[in-house]
Design a protein around this ligand. Structure first.
Ligand code: PPE
Length: 305
């Protein structure tokens, strides 16, 4: 989906014009992939744009950077403010927000430590990631032949730029094979997650999602699903899932910032069927919560003004 241009991008403390937010071709991260990013959404509410769980996203960005030996030259509060300033400057009722910590121009070679650390925050309007039809009726998934990376080679707890080569391999394979999205297994053979979403299966009213140790990112939407599911009285647990558990699930769904909460229609051509009652109930509360319509989750709405 083409990026829709807006007015301003925050770069190293300044709001610059969209067309001026450029970098040198010898930028370190462009060559070696070491950097960290976040994907965040701001939703339209009666009180103006509310950034969904902004502070936890920025905190995760700092954890990612720490894992990757990157020292971010700003505080969490600074970058929370930077995101709000960027959304406000672009006057968008809702948008996707992409903070990026990258190693800039000035050094070459594999040691990242001498590199200058640059930070940018961009936002733009971005519709549904897996399609409106996907949110309504579910997506068709395949288990990829590409494995999720091992925690001792590319730590999945870090949302590192280069980590996403793995996701891209799986995504392209899935699309070329006629599916909407890929599910990756860990090197130990457990279900890990999707190319850019956490995965859940429902069996007898209990929701199960793979742990970080199976290669899953600690999703912020996943954590919101945990709260909603628990509040609705569903069982919820983190645990290992086998490929066959996907085929025999009563329901399955994905969660992620870009994708939001999306039902799974089938896995490897085994029909799971129409979105079931657990998925529907969670979706409904989630979409009300992000739009500021659920006082019990008010702390999730971080307003821009
Ligand atoms: N797993 C992966 C691998 C992942 O990339 C994401 C977010 C998640 C789980 C869900 O995490 P959270 O957004 O905190 O609930 N993926 C981001 C990037 C997707 C992209 O295509 O780019 C996102 O959804 O913004």
């Amino acid at each position: 989906m083409p990026i829709q241009k807006v007015d301003k991008i925050w770069m190293n403390g300044e709001l610059v014009d969209w067309d001026d937010a450029t970098i040198h071709v010898l930028t370190h991260t462009l060559h070696y992939g070491n950097g960290a990013f976040e994907g965040i959404r701001a939703y339209e509410t009666d009180r103006g744009p509310a950034v969904f769980r902004l502070t936890p996203h920025i905190e995760r960005l700092f954890r990612s950077a720490k894992i990757l030996y990157i020292d971010v030259p700003w505080s969490v509060e600074d970058l929370v403010t930077a995101v709000k300033d960027t959304v406000r400057a672009n006057d968008l009722p809702s948008c996707y927000i992409r903070p990026l910590v990258y190693l800039g121009y000035g050094e070459m070679g594999l040691n990242p430590i001498p590199c200058q650390v640059d930070v940018s925050v961009a936002c733009w309007p971005w519709g549904t990631y897996l399609g409106d039809e996907g949110i309504a009726s579910g997506v068709r998934m395949m288990v990829s032949s590409w494995q999720r990376h091992d925690p001792n080679s590319m730590p999945p707890a870090a949302k590192g730029c280069g980590h996403y080569i793995n996701s891209q391999m799986a995504k392209v394979q899935a699309i070329n094979s006629g599916y909407d999205e890929a599910i990756l297994l860990s090197p130990q053979g457990h279900v890990s997650e999707c190319s850019g979403e956490n995965l859940f299966v429902v069996r007898d009213g209990t929701i199960v999602t793979p742990p970080v140790s199976a290669g899953a990112l600690e999703g912020i939407t996943q954590d919101a699903v945990r709260r909603i599911a628990t509040d609705l009285g569903f069982g919820y647990t983190e645990g290992n899932i086998l490929r066959s558990d996907l085929y025999t699930a009563d329901e399955a769904f994905l969660s992620g910032t870009a994708a939001e909460v999306v039902p799974v229609r089938s896995v490897d051509d085994r029909e799971i069927g129409d979105p079931g009652p657990v998925t529907r109930a969670i979706q409904e509360v989630f979409y009300e919560a992000v739009r500021g319509k659920r006082p019990e989750y008010a702390e999730w709405n971080e307003y821009v003004d």
